[in-house]
Write a protein of this length. Structure first.
Length: 423
């Protein structure tokens, strides 16, 4: 795919008009792009047609007319008949340039690229306001579950207290295979790749980055605040071992990769992604396979639960279709929490309670526990349950996956004293 599209970067302030038919320029024909094509075919009342598809590799065999495909990105962006760009490519840098160029050319965009959005959302929000073009991306978080639009439209007040969710289908699938069938980690990961759930680089899934990117997007729509991924903590399941599985089973718990967003007080919230012990009475306890589940908690309404397929071509393709039809009705995100509220401030000055399995006391010392409530030691390994500051975890975030340890959140988080700096 050609990415030299700088010539299209001249500013345009055309307000895009909503025409009778949406003529789509599609970028990417991988799992989700093909899924969208299929879903569109099965949706005859949708007034949308794909005019051209920009792909990277023209040599690949495809069972559609060759004339549909091009490797020339500019030809889509410059085509006046195309009034909607749908961006479903893997490469986040290319995706950023495509989305930016399209918005600057006055074309609205539907994107599913959580990596790109989590890094550039702040700028892309400003670009939408400047150009009048709209960017929709409900497919980027939780596949077929319409969580972004709900946070934007239904939860458009300040009652929201927390969001806790399984946002990554691949890791949930892997954990289901391990806990339910006793399959080993690498076989389960391989299967998730074969089924098209995993990212092209599956470390994004298993290290919790994919879930973090989705959580960052949800945070913008939930609390109005943008948090850069580097400022946030993610830890995944790649170091999960038999002792951790045994520990969870003995306590009657499951381990899930959970994204947590919690309001701490009127001014502050925190967020992180970690393997988390889940109790049988929690809604997400029974979320298995590639399904996602999101629990939204608010003052007065307590908890609400959204559940659905979070990965795979057809579920995600159907979310893209929903954004396409939303654009037909001229829908755009208003970013209400940013427009009408004072967005909450992000803090890492909180105490989180974790389980840490380790072998070397040197590794234990790296964590700076402020309190340890339980300890276990054997010749092979030890574990502790205790509290530590989220900021301490962030300071060793890059090192953590390389250590012979496994970390999991118990579910307890509290503000650390009266402070609350964004450290
Ligand atoms: N790799 C992602 C997942 C795909 O497993 O959830 C959907 O975003």
């Amino acid at each position: 795919m050609e990415t030299s599209i700088a010539t299209l970067n001249q500013k345009s302030v055309n307000t895009p008009s909503v025409s009778e038919t949406q003529v789509i320029g599609l970028f990417g024909f991988g799992t989700v792009g093909r899924g969208l094509y299929h879903v569109l075919e099965q949706s005859p009342t949708t007034k949308a047609r794909i005019k051209r598809v920009c792909i990277k590799n023209s040599e690949k065999e495809r069972d559609l007319p060759q004339s549909l495909f091009t490797t020339d990105a500019q030809s889509l962006l410059a085509d006046e008949e195309i009034n909607l760009i749908v961006e479903l490519i893997d490469n986040a840098t290319d995706a950023y340039h495509i989305v930016k160029s399209a918005l600057l050319a006055g074309k609205s965009v539907v994107s599913g690229n959580k990596t790109m959005l989590a890094h550039h959302l702040e700028e892309l929000i400003a670009l939408q306001q400047e150009t009048g073009a709209a960017l929709l991306y409900d497919a980027s978080a939780c596949g077929s579950i319409p969580v972004i639009r709900n946070l934007e439209e239904y939860y458009d007040n300040d009652l929201l207290l927390s969001i806790k969710g399984i946002l990554n289908g691949s890791t949930n699938y892997i954990l289901s295979r391990i806990f339910t069938d006793g399959q080993n980690y690498s076989d389960a990961l391989k299967r998730a790749q074969e089924l098209g759930f995993a990212e092209s680089n599956p470390s994004f899934d298993v290290e919790g980055l994919d879930a973090l990117y989705k959580l960052i997007i949800l945070t913008v729509h939930g609390f109005g605040t943008y948090v850069h991924p580097q400022q946030a903590f993610n830890y995944g399941i790649s170091n999960l071992g038999q002792p951790d599985i045994r520990y969870a089973r003995e306590k009657g718990l499951k381990l899930k990769l959970v994204a947590t967003l919690a309001k701490l007080n009127k001014e502050r919230f925190t967020l992180f992604v970690m393997p988390t012990f889940v109790k049988p009475d929690e809604y997400i306890y029974n979320v298995e396979e590639e399904y996602n589940g999101v629990v939204i908690e608010g003052a007065f309404y307590e908890k609400q639960f959204m559940f659905g397929k979070g990965a795979g071509g057809f579920p995600t393709g159907s979310a893209v279709l929903s954004d396409i039809t939303a654009r037909f009705h001229d829908y755009r995100y208003e970013y209400k929490k940013r427009s009408y509220f004072s967005p909450l401030a992000y803090t890492t000055n909180v105490l989180v309670e974790v389980y840490l399995r380790y072998t070397s006391p040197v590794d234990l010392d790296l964590f700076g526990f402020t309190e340890i409530s339980e300890k276990y030691s054997s010749r092979e390994y030890s574990w502790v349950i205790g509290k530590l500051r989220l900021s301490s975890l962030i300071s060793i975030k890059e090192l953590l996956p390389k250590l012979n340890v496994f970390l999991a959140f118990t579910g307890n988080v509290e503000p650390n004293g009266t402070g609350g700096n964004n450290e």
